[in-house]
Design a protein around this ligand. Structure first.
Ligand code: NAD
Ligand code: ZN
Ligand code: ZN
Length: 390
């Protein structure tokens, strides 16, 4: 089959590889009809994420048709069924899965020992990601093996297009969880850094969850325009001071809820000046284009919440923890507990409350995937979300 394969930094290729096979009785094989490139894939592409190996098949946003089912998954899945596969692999039976904490499933990471050693505990297995999370082959491919398939799926009813439901596997629940874990009150201002696909889903979720005001921050004009169409007031961080504008828009109080939908890209957008002037950096006197986390901590209203769907790997520098402590801020973060939200979000799509396909700007065959990684990363051609058709 054809698949997108990681060969090193800036080197993802469309290769011919072996077809996947059932390896365990709980597996299923899915023929991928539609998949997408995520901001998290860019961390692999740019090699910010440790634990990748040459030959890894990438991709964790995919859906398709079940073509083979292991003996123990047969009760839950049938050949011919149409499914979206959540990027977090879940056993459905461990103590964390029972609590709905699916992204920290205790059994789905086959490299559990490595994760235990590095993180202190294991986290869930993920598709097409680092070997720290199991190194499972991803779904930017014609076929994919789904481990724990009897639990790791969302069945899709007839009458909905792939594009309407594909993002149930990651970015829609990710944006939703980012907003939901802020416990949004009708009097709240929610500020969202990053208007990429995750930021866009977060904006729509914060609006649906009843925020008084949603403010979105980025510098890419078409992303800001899409944010505005979704109901947000926008700030271009290249043109104005984020801290000053946020204070202005909240009567000087600051937003009650701040969401980081940027992640590691924030390292690249912090100015050289602010990187060099450590005193200023620690005190956050220099506001715009500083690290998103520091900016959020500085501007957030005391007793507010910082929600962090943005992905970080390794150590990140100079976080003024004392500021957060004195302001009494709450931090919420993590990979998304996808299956916690999918029933509710599928219903909202069916009821027409939201059509997540609004974010798609590019649809191309799988073999154009490698160049689309670069188009998406560099935000060329008005690119916001790329969908691939194997
Ligand atoms: P993306 O790269 O398209 O979006 C990032 C956006 O942030 C870009 O539009 C960029 O212009 C903007 N940005 C950069 N620096 C900024 C700054 N200083 N202030 C404000 N905006 C800034 O990626 P995406 O697909 O939207 O993903 C966003 C993040 O979410 C990534 O880190 C990704 O790994 C993460 N993610 C997390 C989960 C999860 O389960 N927690 C799931 C999916 C994606
Ligand atoms: Zn993702
Ligand atoms: Zn589990």
């Amino acid at each position: 089959m054809r698949a997108l394969v990681w060969h090193g930094a800036n080197d993802i290729r469309c290769d011919t590889v072996a077809d996947p096979e059932i390896e365990h009785p709980r597996d299923a094989i899915v023929k991928v009809t539609t998949c997408a490139i995520c901001g998290s894939d860019l961390h692999l592409h740019d090699h910010f994420m440790p634990g990748m190996e040459k030959g890894d098949i990438v991709g964790h946003e995919f859906m398709g048709e079940v073509v083979d089912v292991g003996t123990e998954a047969k009760g839950a899945l049938k050949v011919g069924e149409r499914v979206v596969i959540p990027f977090t692999i879940i056993c459905g039976e461990c103590d964390q899965c029972k609590r709905g904490n699916f992204s920290v499933c205790e059994r789905s990471n086959r490299n559990k020992a490595m994760a235990d050693k590095i993180f202190g505990h294991t986290t869930a297995g993920l598709f097409g990601y680092t070997h720290l999370t199991g190194g499972y082959a991803g779904g930017q491919a014609e076929y994919v093996r789904v481990p724990f398939a009897d639990r790791t799926h969302v069945k899709i009813p007839d009458g909905l297009t792939d594009e309407q439901v594909l993002f149930l596997g990651d970015i829609f629940p990710t944006g939703w969880q980012a907003a939901a874990q802020c416990d949004i009150q009708p009097t709240d201002t929610v500020a969202i850094w990053g208007c990429g696909p995750v930021g866009q889903m977060t904006i729509r979720s914060a609006v649906l969850l009843g925020a008084k005001q949603v403010i979105a921050i980025d510098r890419v004009p078409e992303r800001l325009a899409m944010a505005q169409a979704g109901g947000a007031t926008t700030i271009n961080f290249d043109e104005e001071s984020v801290v000053e504008r946020l204070n202005e828009l909240t009567g000087g109080k600051g937003p009650e809820k701040c969401i980081d939908a940027v992640g590691m890209e924030a390292h690249a957008t912090a100015t050289l000046d602010s990187m060099m002037d450590r005193a200023k950096q620690a005190l956050m006197l220099e506001s715009d284009r500083a690290h998103v986390l520091r900016e959020m901590m500085y501007v957030c209203r005391p007793a507010g919440t910082l929600s962090i769907p943005g992905v970080y790997g390794g150590l990140i520098d100079k976080i003024p923890f004392g500021m957060a402590m004195n302001k009494g801020l709450t931090f919420r973060m993590g990979q998304t507990h996808v299956n916690r939200w999918t029933d509710d979000l599928l219903r909202r799509i069916q009821e027409g409350q939201i059509d997540p396909s609004f974010v798609i700007t590019h649809t191309v065959p799988l073999d154009q995937g490698p160049e689309m990684y670069k188009t998406f990363r560099d935000k060329r051609d008005g690119c916001i979300k790329v969908v691939l058709k194997p």
